[in-house]
Design a protein around this ligand. Structure first.
Ligand code: NDP
Length: 275
């Protein structure tokens, strides 16, 4: 029997990138999945990919909406319960570095940009967790948050507000995990390094610049020692592991880093300095 057979999973930000891949992986592994995002065409592409993989439409719930709004969140939960009757797993994946690419940098970035980053990358996770909690208490379910290696300890002045939102998310993962484990709910997180998705496009880079960005990063072992940019599956495998109580039940409130080695070399380069 597929390992998530009978389980119901909500994956936010599943109209593209890591979330799309994770939705496909859960669906192929037997789960009922709720997919969501704001872009109708891309959400439809995710749905079609899942159906094309042989999953029946009765295991799929597709919700167009904005996860930063109360209505968007409520719709996700309501339609999931209407269709599948319960919620076992919440993957808080929707996220982006919202930037004004031609605007001020560092601490001069506007408060509007600050609020948008906090709303999407932190507040929506907090709100979804609060709303899904009673349903996960019933199923003894799991939450997996998606953070980033940009959360620290290294400074990220270019991605300032995104990074501080995700750093706060890491503390939320730890603290909510300890609060919720008393109810049988497990919370964990994954911290990706560079992964090829729409992330850098959403931050404002057009396609060709985004392609060069990933190529440049992967060609430098001081940025990615594995010398390859990550694929959504690299993160998806960790998310499914953390959502699978049979495999990861003793992991509580942790974040697993998957970054091709980037965080181990983000510091002083003594070798280069000696040359
Ligand atoms: P993508 O841009 O490919 O996907 C982001 C997803 O989030 C899309 O489905 C998008 O859907 C959704 N989303 C964004 N804003 C909203 C919103 N307001 N309401 C609903 N959905 C929203 O990026 P990734 O797949 O890379 O991003 C997934 C997660 O991974 C994020 O949390 C990101 O911070 C994290 N991450 C990514 C890294 C990378 O290198 N790619 C590195 C570290 C962390 P739509 O546009 O349709 O609304």
């Amino acid at each position: 029997m597929p390992r998530f057979s009978g389980k119901t999973v909500i994956i936010t930000g599943s109209s593209h990138g890591i979330g799309r891949c994770v939705a496909l992986m859960f669906a192929q592994d037997g789960a009922n999945v709720t997919i969501t995002g704001r872009n109708a065409q891309r959400l439809q592409e995710t749905k079609q990919q899942i159906l094309n993989s042989g999953v029946s439409e009765c295991h799929l719930n597709s919700v167009l909406g904005d996860v930063t709004t109360s209505e968007g969140q409520d719709e996700l939960i309501k339609t999931t319960l209407d269709k599948f009757g319960k919620i076992d797993i919440l993957v808080n994946n929707a996220g982006a570095s919202i930037m004004d690419i031609s605007g001020p940098t560092g601490v001069d970035q506007s408060m509007d940009i600050y609020h948008k980053n906090m709303q999407l990358n932190l507040q929506s996770v907090i709100e979804m967790t609060r709303k899904v909690k009673p349903h996960l208490m019933e199923t003894k379910g799991e939450i997996v948050n998606v953070s980033t290696i940009g959360a620290g300890p290294h400074a990220q002045p270019d991605f300032l507000y995104y990074s501080i939102a995700k750093a706060a998310l890491d503390q939320y993962t730890r603290s909510s995990a300890i609060d919720l484990i008393q109810h049988g709910i497990r919370v964990n997180s994954v911290s990706p390094g560079i992964v090829v998705t729409g992330f850098i496009g959403a931050a404002g880079l057009e396609n060709e610049s985004a392609r060069k960005f990933y190529e440049k990063l992967a060609s430098n072992k001081q940025w990615i020692p594995a010398m390859v940019a990550g694929k959504p599956e690299d993160i998806g495998n960790i998310i499914l592991f953390l959502a699978d109580r049979k495999l990861s039940s003793y992991i509580i409130g942790q974040s697993i880093v998957a970054d091709g080695g980037s965080t181990l070399v983000m510091g002083v380069d003594f070798g280069a300095a000696m040359q």
